[in-house]
Design a binder for this molecule. Structure first.
Ligand code: CMP
Length: 140
């Protein structure tokens, strides 16, 4: 498997509890390299665009409200098989189903306030990275 890039968000529940460094330590320990990172206040339009695939789901309004409630840290992660590796270190979407040692098992509060987002495919990673970073902001 070649070196890949994936997109990651440290969500408001984690930035509120000052867990950015703790999450990054987990990512780096898993062999992922943070090649771009910035702390932003996501706008409603950015959140609605980012989660457009969920726009018909009953939790969509709650999700957009949560993602715009406090700063987030958007990131590009690089490494061998980075998409899958990041999903492994994040753990299951619902923290009650997440494996021991994963970010969501240790830090997530609920299925909605689940501390991190990670791309689910290399194709979506490319789309998600382009929404938040220009090429010259990513330094591998
Ligand atoms: P994420 O990986 O960012 O992708 C979509 C998000 O929707 C997911 O993490 C959760 O934060 C959120 N989500 C998924 N299911 C639910 C749910 N049943 N209730 C509230 N939020 C949800």
């Amino acid at each position: 498997m070649a070196v890949q890039r994936t997109f990651s968000i440290i969500k408001p529940d984690a930035t509120n509890r000052n867990l950015t460094g703790a999450v990054n330590a987990k990512l780096e320990a898993a062999g992922l390299r943070i090649v771009a990172q910035k702390r932003i206040q996501m706008t409603q339009a950015q959140a609605e665009t980012f989660y457009a695939v969920h726009s018909e789901r009953p939790f969509f309004g709650e999700l957009v409200e949560f993602m715009t409630s406090a700063p987030v840290v958007v990131q590009v992660l690089e490494g061998e098989n980075a998409v899958l590796k990041n999903r492994e270190v994040m753990g299951a979407t619902n923290p009650s189903e997440a494996a021991e040692g994963t970010i969501r098992k240790e830090f997530a509060l609920s299925i909605g306030e689940n501390s991190v987002h990670g791309s689910d495919s290399e194709e979506n990673a490319t789309i998600e990275i382009a929404q938040f970073f220009s090429g010259n902001e990513i330094v591998g």
